[in-house]
Design a protein around this ligand. Structure first.
Ligand code: BTX
Length: 328
């Protein structure tokens, strides 16, 4: 019901809507309307109330509130259902739990804070309260499990394009799953899969973006490699706008993939913004470490490298460091 009131106020932004009109529209008493308005105010909405005129929404907080995001995204797929948590161990864990219980494709879990945020290979993802975007998307694509890594490339393309639109900075993609600004990591992507031999049950793609923290807030071991959007652009940026922009891009690129069965558009973006291609890279895979030149991405999003004997190889995954380009 709060969602309906908020929706009506937002539609009517800058004009007054009377309590009576709201109560008729939503089918509740005027006292109920008043209670919800009070609650919205407590949540940081500035709502002017003038007798005989009604209510007028004048300012909205930068919240990741599920209702607000659902209203503003107005999507039938990605983000049609959003769950927002104040604190959670990991949005990927929650998304996997919900997916295994049948949550629909496009469901999003978003949190203000993660107490057990995860990176790849059991690493920790630092996720302090209220300053970042820690979110996971549940997907149910009709693809073979071997294609799951494509989702990471689609996501990287969506995050880089979305961030570029919002902050106009030189946002780069470090293959396969890091987003870079000013040579440092501003975002990491963690794609996890539940599958049978030949089919995918679900994929959870987790996106962690450092938005409004100061770099001194990162633990020392992370400070060396991490940055935030605020640290790069010198101002606080709306997390809600970033989420919206990224999810719009994601929806477009992901539906292109599911309808056309290719990730051409995403790969074009990944190539265009790559900080890896053309550079000397060091690739760590289990015990092996290879130094090579990164030359291209395949149409499936794998990295093509030319090793020191001049042989061209495909890299499917691994830890990549790019010499002289990023600080880690
Ligand atoms: P990754 O394994 O590529 O990177 C993890 C490494 O990045 C860590 O070992 C640490 O050195 C560094 N790191 C940790 N926290 C941060 C941070 N906030 N900013 C920059 N660098 C950091 C990358 O894994 C994938 C991360 C995905 C995070 C999202 S958040 C929502 C979802 N839920 C969840 O638990 N994980 C994903």
């Amino acid at each position: 019901m709060k969602k309906n009131i908020l929706e009506a106020l937002k539609k009517n932004k800058d004009a007054f809507i009377s309590g009576e009109e709201l109560s008729k529209k939503i089918g509740v008493t005027r006292t109920a309307v008043w209670k919800h308005i009070k609650q919205l105010k407590e949540e940081g909405y500035e709502i002017e109330s003038v007798s005989r005129k009604g209510y007028r929404l004048t300012k909205e907080p930068d919240t990741l509130d599920a209702d607000v995001l659902e209203i503003e995204l107005a999507s039938k797929n990605i983000g049609s259902k959003i769950y927002h948590f104040e604190s959670i161990d990991s949005t990927n864990n929650m998304a996997k739990k919900m997916a295994s219980e049948g949550a629909a494709e496009g469901t999003i879990i978003i949190a203000e804070e993660q107490t057990g945020g995860r990176g790849r290979l059991g690493r920790t993802w630092v996720s302090p309260k209220g300053t970042g975007i820690w979110m996971s998307i549940i997907l149910r694509p009709n693809i073979a499990p071997t294609e799951a890594a494509k989702i990471t490339q689609i996501t990287a393309a969506a995050v880089a394009s979305g961030l570029r639109k919002i902050i106009g900075e030189d946002v780069g993609i470090k293959w396969p799953n890091d987003i870079i600004i000013h040579r440092k990591k501003v975002c990491g992507i963690l794609t996890e899969l539940s599958a049978e031999l030949n089919s995918v049950n679900y994929i959870v793609v987790g996106i962690g973006i450092n938005v409004n923290m100061d770099t001194k807030d990162f633990p020392e071991e992370v400070r060396r490699i991490a940055t935030s959007i605020k640290a790069c652009v010198g101002r606080t940026v709306s997390r809600k706008n970033i989420v919206k922009e990224i999810l719009h891009s994601f929806e477009e690129l992901y539906s292109d993939f599911t309808y056309n069965k290719n990730i051409k558009k995403s790969i074009e973006i990944c190539k265009k913004y790559s900080v890896t291609l053309g550079k000397e890279v060091k690739i760590k895979n289990k015990e092996k470490e290879v130094v090579a030149k990164a030359i291209d991405l395949t149409e499936d999003g794998q990295l093509l490298i030319k090793n020191q004997s001049g042989v061209i190889e495909k890299v499917f995954s691994g830890e990549v460091s790019v010499r002289g380009i990023v600080d880690y």
